[in-house]
Design a protein around this ligand. Structure first.
Ligand SMILES: Cc1cc2nc3c(=O)[nH]c(=O)nc-3n(C[C@H](O)[C@H](O)[C@H](O)COP(=O)(O)O)c2cc1C
Length: 405
């Protein structure tokens, strides 16, 4: 396996030892680490920044396709941005072999505190390419990916895996999930995340909390549990039921980024949080695409609007329309200083990689996502909130991707 020269890159920041994050959070009154989930399109640097202002202690990037990251400069710049304050951060990759994952991990190493292997994406396109849940059919391969990557990266750099429960009848599924978790621990995984459903189960199916608790008991490395956390109380309950070291939320944070803020105690997004998002977006300038800015506000503010207003809001096409909307309706506008203090983005520089004498990361235009489309998650959300009897709670069937290029 190729080992890259991991000498300091320009603007490299110190690495945080993720195990120390878990230790520190264990000693808090709630006793667990608050984790924001990898979310394609959404868990980008600007949103991670907002979430950290509200209690998130460990943040994941969206899933990045390792192959695109290795081979396309365009994909690297589109799919990953960071700053010296974006700490601690785990970048998640979709990969289907050890070579791919380990190269992507080495490339991104200077800019994050760990890498995570996606073994949870249930989409058929991902499974057909051997990504996501597809990997769970090949536990040997998952172990090989972790072991190989562990060999080429320093020990205190985190390597983790996000899993779903393995398939099978109740007992069998639990036994094989526990077995895989133990094996991954032996291979050098720093921590694991478990979404308490198997690959066939939808978000409307019940979570298997008992299985998550059993997996926690069976390993020594930290376990993050994930599924259905919509409020701070849900997070505390899931921790109490599983004794897990961390609790991860995805959809709950989209609809309320203050979910993990123990002091907010509100079930819905506050005005203050919207204000913070307007400020971050202003400071991000052109780094944040209109769609990303707009979608987040749609998710976090829809429940505050009546249907007619939602329809109007969903159809906005420019940042200015959004700023005008919040100023006219709620008297909210970006703070003046936001205009004069742009966010500082790290200028990520990636080394050239040679594998078996061949340069593999030469610039090509392979892009993982069609960034100009709205994406299925947003479209389904929009349809639901636009429906005449649209409710405020949404159960989308786990479709968060749109077409691949
Ligand atoms: C919009 C969206 C995008 C997602 N993208 C990813 C991803 O990139 N990688 C991943 O492992 N899971 C992804 N997921 C799944 C979540 O990380 C999480 O496992 C799942 O939504 C269950 O958690 P929740 O009940 O808190 O939403 C995504 C989910 C959503 C809603």
């Amino acid at each position: 396996m190729t080992a890259l020269n991991l000498e300091l890159q320009p603007e490299q920041r110190p690495h945080i030892d993720i195990l120390n994050v878990f230790k520190a959070e264990k000693n808090t009154s709630h006793g667990f680490t608050r984790v924001s989930a990898p979310m394609v399109r959404y868990s980008k640097m600007e949103f991670r920044r907002l979430l950290r202002q509200h209690g998130v202690k460990l943040a994941f990037t969206p899933m990045i396709i390792a192959d695109s990251f290795i081979n396309s400069q365009k994909a690297r710049y589109n799919e990953f941005t960071t700053s010296l304050e974006d700490i601690p951060c785990i970048s998640q990759f979709a990969a289907c072999d050890a070579h791919e994952f380990s190269l992507a991990a080495q490339l991104i190493y200077p800019y994050v505190d760990g890498v995570d292997l996606n073994c949870g994406c249930p989409q058929s396109w991902a499974i057909s390419k051997g990504y996501g849940c597809g990997l769970l059919r090949h536990p040997e391969l998952v172990k090989d990916i972790v072991e190989t990557t562990r060999r080429v990266l320093p020990n205190n750099f985190s390597i983790s895996v996000k899993l779903r429960l393995l398939n099978g009848s109740g007992d069998q599924s639990l036994r094989s999930t526990v077995e895989l978790a133990r094996q991954l621990e032996k291979c050098g995984a720093t921590f694991l995340t478990l979404h308490g459903r198997n690959m066939w189960q939808k978000v409307s199916d019940p979570l298997n909390i008992n299985a998550m608790a059993e997996v926690k008991k069976s390993i020594q490395i930290p376990l993050i549990v994930n599924g259905n956390v919509r409020t701070w109380q849900d997070a505390k309950n899931l921790h109490a039921q599983t004794q897990a070291d961390g609790v991860m939320a995805a959809r709950g944070l989209l609809s309320n980024p203050t979910l993990f803020n123990e002091y907010c105690g509100e079930a819905e997004t506050s005005m203050e949080c919207v204000q913070q998002w307007l400020d971050i977006a202003t400071r991000a300038g052109d780094h944040i695409h209109f769609q990303c800015f707009h979608h987040h506000l749609t998710f976090m503010w829809s429940s505050h609007m009546k249907r007619k207003l939602r329809l109007e809001f969903n159809n906005f096409t420019s940042k200015q329309q959004i700023f005008d909307f919040f100023e006219e309706r709620y008297g909210l506008k970006p703070h003046t200083e936001s205009y004069s203090s742009p966010l500082e983005y790290t200028k990520c520089i990636y080394p050239q990689i040679k594998y078996d004498g061949v340069q593999v990361n030469k610039s090509s235009d392979v892009l993982a996502w069609n960034e100009n489309s709205d994406g299925k998650f947003f479209n389904e959300f929009k349809d639901k909130v636009s429906a005449p009897n649209g409710q405020n709670e949404f159960e989308l069937e786990g479709s968060f991707f749109t077409q691949l290029d």
